[in-house]
Design a binder for this molecule. Structure first.
Ligand SMILES: [Zn+2]
Length: 74
């Protein structure tokens, strides 16, 4: 698996979650203070329009705009 949801830290403390699109390099982030565990952060990313597709190579994230453009594509 190649999760692209990562925890960013500043001064040794977790500060934000960063999610990056595997198709266009768009990066989104949201504060760690609001989502203190991985499942909560993951759910928030999905609710924000990010999607997670399983491919032969693992799991890939796509940003809201790539998700919209790939609806009928396979
Ligand atoms: Zn994208």
């Amino acid at each position: 698996m190649s999760f692209r949801l990562e925890l960013g830290a500043e001064n040794g403390k977790p500060r934000y979650w960063e999610v990056s699109c595997d198709f266009c390099e768009v990066v989104g982030s949201f504060p760690f203070a609001q989502f203190t565990d991985f499942p909560a952060a993951f759910k928030h990313a999905v609710l924000s329009g990010w999607s997670v597709a399983e491919t032969a190579r693992g799991i890939r994230y796509s940003c809201p705009s790539c998700t919209a453009g790939r609806e009928e594509e396979e």
